[in-house]
Design a protein around this ligand. Structure first.
Ligand code: NAD
Length: 487
């Protein structure tokens, strides 16, 4: 695939030239590196954006970014030529340039920010190399394919002084902030456990894709990038990469990342100390590898690590949408406190627990013989008042409260690019979410509980699990990584 010819749209070119003049003049320097050039991005300067990956979410990002008046959509990169052409046209900027190799795009000094909407196995390396090239980054969730990539991404962001926002946009929902405020107020008592689920039914699955030649215009080697070389099938490519361990962590990292992100934010939690998970490919009849059924439990420490904090339970089902059971858990995240429960599913709702004499909860049968507990006649009353937010109730899997959280996350990214202040969905937050997801998948694969030190970010006493926190990149990408950061 060739780069698209550079088209000419005078007003856009002029806008870019003017912007550069303003930067260079303000800094009083004739020559500036890409990194220092961007550090002086002022309140009124336009922001040049390049996008990588014009897929399901990549297209939505462009649709959103078009609405921002201070953004110039300068380039599109995709390894599938028909998508590159479609994406380039979708930018509606005849001046924009197309690329099939993101490294070439990173050379464009007019680009200050890149949106990375490629499959999971590309997120870390494309982010790290963007930081090295002096670009700020909006990278899709799940932030990483394996645990150590998160450490590398933080290192790159800090080393090169870059803003890195992760696409766990639901954290911006008002329901999430309200829930956090309610829980922080202590009104629900001690939150000791959290339950969430992700039910849907895609039985019998997506079929079996035989080995074949990649479609015309699809640069499969560049699509694979750092991942192991495997023969092409239609499932090892566009969209369906999600069901293969080489490119994804399955629904635990796909939908689970969104939910765990909210839980960690609401609970001010850093990381678990123990994780157990079970499941596998139980029901779907296609060629996918990642679990269609997964149960997981995490144990989080309290503020004083010696005291228990809370547990988190997850249920993921791909072959039953749980339609017939009016289970509160199927509605969203449940935060179970001693005095009430918070249900968070886009909107939030507080369901009170009843305050009664504990003695009355002991079974009665025919009554206790002499010396047994004596019941009292106190009537249970709610510990707290029921309450509910004014947002929209939504599908537990998606958890929007009616707001356009995707656009909000991008607005936050653009703001941070100007202020250099930490965004709401920072690279460190994305790393913590990924840790929780990856530890669950490691536990599932090893069939045992994984112990984790959230401060040192290390597995405890389990060499096999530790080895699964890192993977080798395929050449030449291993060298690109080592040239950019310390590994
Ligand atoms: N935040 C959200 O709500 C949300 C929603 C959907 C998807 N996602 C995430 O976005 C990512 C992409 O998902 P999708 O459904 O859009 O996938 P997709 O397969 O539809 O699109 C990915 C695109 O990236 C391109 N690509 C792959 N490698 C590339 C490379 N090296 N250089 C340039 N282009 C390359 C592919 O050709 C494809 O067009 C996934 O990680 C997914 O988890 C996030």
């Amino acid at each position: 695939m060739q780069e698209s010819p550079t088209p000419a749209l005078d007003n856009t070119i002029e806008a870019r030239k003017t912007t550069r003049r303003v930067f260079l003049g303000a800094a009083g320097a004739a020559v500036m590196s890409a990194a220092s050039y961007m550090r002086v991005l002022g309140a009124n300067d336009r922001i040049g954006i390049g996008a990588i990956g014009f897929g399901l979410i990549g297209k939505q990002h462009i649709a959103d970014l078009k609405k921002f008046k201070d953004v110039d959509l300068l380039s599109m990169c995709d390894v599938y030529k028909p998508r590159l052409d479609e994406g380039l046209a979708y930018l509606e900027n005849p001046n924009a340039r197309g690329y099939n190799d993101f490294r070439k795009m990173y050379e464009n000094k007019d680009i200050q920010g890149v949106v990375i909407a490629t499959p999971d196995h590309w997120h870390a390396l494309q982010t790290i190399l963007a930081c090295q090239a002096g670009k700020d980054v909006y990278v899709e969730k799940p932030m990483t394919l394996f645990l150590d990539e998160g450490k590398w991404m933080i290192q790159a962001a800090r080393k090169y002084g870059r803003i890195v926002v992760v696409g766990t946009q639901r954290r911006h929902g008002k329901g999430v902030l309200d829930s956090k405020n309610v829980i922080d107020s202590g009104v629900l008592g001690k939150i000791h456990s959290i339950r969430w689920s992700s039910f849907r039914n895609v039985y019998p699955g997506f079929g079996r894709a035989p080995e074949s030649e990649p479609p015309a215009g699809f640069n499969y080697d560049m699509w694979l990038g750092p991942a192991e070389k495997k023969p092409y099938t239609a499932h090892r490519g566009i969209y369906h990469f999600r069901w293969f361990w080489d490119y994804s962590g399955g629904q635990m990292t796909n939908l689970g990342a969104h939910i765990i992100d909210q839980v960690l934010y609401v609970m001010n939690a850093k990381g678990p100390t123990m994780v157990s998970s079970f499941g596998g490919r139980y029901a779907l009849e296609d060629d996918g590898e990642t679990p269609d059924l997964q149960d997981a439990m995490w144990v989080f420490p309290g503020p004083d690590p010696k005291t228990p904090g809370f547990t988190m339970n997850a249920t993921i089902r791909e072959a039953n949408a749980c339609r017939s059971i009016p289970d509160a858990e199927a509605r969203g995240q449940l935060y179970l406190g001693t005095k009430g429960t918070m249900v968070l599913a886009g909107n939030w709702e507080v369901l009170p627990e009843l305050k009664g004499d504990p003695i009355n909860d002991i079974p009665r049968f025919s009554g206790h013989p002499a010396g047994g507990p004596v019941y009292s006649d106190t009537k249970p009353t709610p510990w707290i008042q029921a309450s509910k937010g004014k947002g929209m109730e939504s599908d537990a899997r998606y958890g929007f409260g009616g707001e356009d959280t995707l656009a909000m996350n991008k607005q936050d990214w653009l703001n941070s690019m100007r202020t250099r202040k930490r965004p709401l969905c920072d690279v460190e937050d994305g790393h913590r979410v990924s840790i929780a997801c990856h530890l669950a998948n490691i536990s599932l694969k090893l069939g045992r509980t994984i112990r984790w030190d959230p401060e040192k970010e290390q597995t405890v006493g389990d060499r096999e699990a530790a080895a699964m926190c890192v993977k080798q990149y395929r050449a030449p990408w291993d060298k690109s990584l080592k040239d950019a950061i310390k590994v």
